[in-house]
Structures are given as C-alpha cells and as structure tokens.
Design a binder for this molecule. Structure first.
Ligand SMILES: Nc1ncnc2c1ncn2[C@@H]1O[C@H](COP(=O)(O)OP(=O)(O)OP(=O)(O)O)[C@@H](O)[C@H]1O
Ligand SMILES: [Mg+2]
Length: 266
C-alpha cells in the first residue's frame, strides 16, 4: 500500500483549558509500497497521532492522507495497528485474541486457529494459547498484540512501540522475527520506536520528527542489505548512522527541555 501525505496537521483541544494543542504541523512524505519505515522523535511529538491518522482513528485538521491514491475514511480491514499499550480483549484467551481479526474477516474458526497457531509460535507464546490476558506478563501481552496484528496480513501494518515492554534479548529476537516476516510479506510498515538502533536495524527509511509540534526534521535512508543479521549493529557503518541520528534527536530533546522551561515560567 502506497502512502502519500501532504500538509498534514492535527490539532487537539485540551480538555481542561480548552486550548488548542498542535500535535503535527504540515507533515508531508510518501512511502512506496512494501517499504519498512521507522518513525522516531521526542515524546509528545505526534508519532502515535501520525499512526492513528493512517489507521483512520483520528481525523486530520488539515492536509491530505492518501492510501493507494484514495483518501483515508475511517478504519479498514486492509490496515492493522499494534497499539502502544496492548489492548487485548480480556474475555478472550490468547488464541482467541489472535484469531479475532480473522473471525471478523469471515475466516472459519478452524482455519483461523491454524493460522493463529503459527503466529503464536513465532511470538514465543506456545503453551499459553488458553491463558487469559490477565494471566500473562506485560511483555507477553505485547507479543499477543503483535501476533494479532500480523495474523491478518494487512497491506499496511502500523506498529506503535510494539517492543517497549520487552527485555533487550527478547527485543533482539522480535526484531529479527519482524524483519523475517516482513521479508516474506513485504507489507508496507510504519514502526514507531524510541530506540535508534532498533530503527536502523529494521528500516529502509527513518522519519525523524521534531519536538512538538511534530514536523519532518529529516528522512534518513538505511541501505543495509536484507535479510539483516544482528551482527550489523556492531559494524562501523551502523555506528556512523547511530551517531548521526543521536545528534538529530539530541537537538530535538534540547527543544523539549527548552519548551518545558518556558511552560514553567510564572
Ligand atoms: N486525544 C487527545 N487529546 C488531547 N491531546 C492529545 C490527544 N492525543 C494526544 N494528544 C497530545 O498530542 C501530542 C502528541 O501526542 P502523541 O501521543 O501523538 O505523541 P507521541 O510522539 O506518540 O509521544 P510518546 O513518544 O510519548 O508516545 C501530545 O502533546 C499529547 O498530549
Ligand atoms: Mg506514542
């Protein structure tokens, strides 16, 4: 699925004061079909907002968002989102959480369970099929959440910090898995992370957003060959990219600190 965004702005109204908060301001970029794009930027710069707009869950205040040349009009079956905080259905087991999207698409239970089983194995959740969300850890819930999005094989996969609750070892494993699955499916993917090395490892391109209001600061192409091995994280080329992106993020972090000091003024 091809994405074309021009002049996208999103404003929220603050509940208490009624003030306007500009989350995204005049954001524009295009993503070719089948690309893996990571989004990084300081907390509160509008990363989740950007994904919600693409998912059809948040309407733009201005601008145009086209998916395969058609404007986004609400959510659609061809898109799946992994939310920042795992939102599992508490009354369904792990297995039935993963089959849910397939059931909605009219896939038979038998078939859905078969497909879901593969993704449950992939996410390292074998043996927990019949557990309920409250009976598994936060990191496991996150992996169920991931399996649930992947299982429907969407044309556009939106992932909002999907590995934030995982320990570093498991995070590495999941990065490899996501890259491996993407190699097979080549679904257009937008992946938000605050870890620079995760973004470099996964992405064809990294979109760096500025501090709020989020604008495009820079789009950095990443050209490591695929399939990628964890070893690339130790190469000089990788370190050069890490330094460059850290520098960009530092500039924006200073901006956040400055904004806060302004807000604190009497
Ligand atoms: N529903 C809402 N109503 C009002 N303000 C909102 C709403 N959702 C987000 N915001 C504000 O919009 C800004 C951008 O929020 P968003 O969640 O997109 O940021 P983010 O980049 O994902 O941050 P983080 O890295 O912390 O997840 C923030 O200042 C946030 O407070
Ligand atoms: Mg967010």
């Amino acid at each position: 699925m091809k994405i074309d965004i021009t002049g996208l702005s999103v404003e929220y109204i603050m509940r208490r004061s009624g003030d306007k908060l500009i989350a995204l301001k005049e954001v524009g970029f295009s993503i070719a079909t089948g690309k893996f794009v990571c989004v990084i930027g300081p907390s509160g710069c509008g990363k989740s907002t950007l994904l919600k707009v693409l998912a059809g869950l948040q309407s733009p205040s201005a601008g145009e968002v086209l998916l395969d040349a058609a404007p986004v009009q609400g959510p659609g079956k061809n898109r799946a989102m992994v939310f920042q905080s795992a939102a599992l259905l508490p009354w369904r087991t792990v297995l039935r959480n993963v089959t849910y999207g397939l059931e909605l698409q009219g896939v038979s239970i038998q078939e859905a369970e078969k497909i879901a089983g593969d993704f449950i194995d992939m996410a390292g959740l074998s043996g927990f099929e019949e557990s309920y969300p409250r009976e598994i850890s936060g990191g496991m819930q996150q992996r169920v959440n991931l399996a649930r999005a992947l299982v429907t094989r969407p044309d556009l996969l939106l992932m909002d910090e999907p590995f934030s609750n995982l320990d570093p070892q498991l995070r590495n494993v999941m990065q490899l898995e996501v890259e491996r699955i993407w190699e097979q499916t080549r679904q257009t993917t937008l992946f938000v992370t605050h870890l620079i090395n995760e973004a470099i490892f996964l992405a064809d391109e990294i979109i760096v957003l500025t501090a709020r209001p989020g604008r495009i600061k820079e789009i950095v192409p990443i050209n490591f060959p695929r399939p990628r091995k964890l070893g690339i994280k130790k190469t000089p080329e990788f370190h050069v990219l890490e330094d460059r992106l850290s520098e960009l993020m530092d500039q924006e972090f200073h901006e956040v600190v400055y904004q806060q000091s302004q807000d604190d003024r009497p």
